[in-house]
Ligand binder design. Structure first.
Ligand SMILES: NC(=O)c1ccc[n+]([C@@H]2O[C@H](COP(=O)([O-])OP(=O)(O)OC[C@H]3O[C@@H](n4cnc5c(N)ncnc54)[C@H](OP(=O)(O)O)[C@@H]3O)[C@@H](O)[C@H]2O)c1
Length: 155
């Protein structure tokens, strides 16, 4: 199962040039609970922002360059990676979502009801995916947000 997990603002934005512009502790906990004990794949942009590996079974980094921080493992070819790893959470950023959304079985998306003037975006969720759950709205730091899960429809 390939799952994408992301938080987006109301323009589908995921980050600006300084990273993720919101700070929602309950949303971070939701994210951490999902990825713990899983294999996760991130791009080099996310890797650069992390001082240490996320609390997950294994942290893989998609890059053409060296990966030198302990606890991270380099991936240079996504085709081979997804053939060998069948149960993966893709944690971003934009370029890794772009190349993996077509392979995804499920998308876990937090929708944040504000415009944070992002410069990086999540790709469009097309009609191959069906919304299967939506949480009630939550409010933290005066920000409304809710959780959705999409599953790929078998045709
Ligand atoms: N809101 C959210 O839920 C969320 C989630 C995750 C991330 N983010 C944010 O998104 C931002 C990062 O996004 P991003 O698009 O700039 O970076 P990214 O997707 O994390 O990483 C991009 C890098 O990955 C490597 N890469 C991409 N495609 C590759 C391929 N086919 N083969 C080998 N390497 C490949 C390249 O690195 P090399 O140049 O090293 O080869 C590329 O520069 C961060 O600010 C992060 O905070 C937000």
């Amino acid at each position: 199962m390939i799952r994408l997990i992301v938080a987006v603002d109301n323009k589908n934005g995921i980050a600006n040039e300084n990273g993720i512009p919101w700070n929602l502790s309950s949303e971070k906990k939701y994210y951490r609970d999902k990825i713990k004990s899983a294999e996760i794949l991130m791009g080099a942009g996310v890797y650069k922002e992390l001082k240490q590996p996320a609390n997950a079974h294994k942290n893989f980094v998609l890059t053409h360059k060296f990966v030198d921080k302990p606890g991270f493992y380099k991936v240079s070819n996504t085709k081979i990676f997804f053939e060998e790893h069948k149960d993966v959470w893709v944690i971003g950023g934009q370029s890794v979502y772009d190349l993996s959304i077509e392979l995804a079985d499920e998308i876990y998306i937090t929708r944040i009801d504000q415009d944070f003037k992002c410069t990086k975006f999540f790709p469009e969720i097309d009609s191959k995916f069906q919304l299967v759950s939506r949480s009630p709205k939550f409010i933290e730091n005066n920000i409304d947000f809710y959780y959705e899960v999409y599953k790929k429809i078998d045709r």
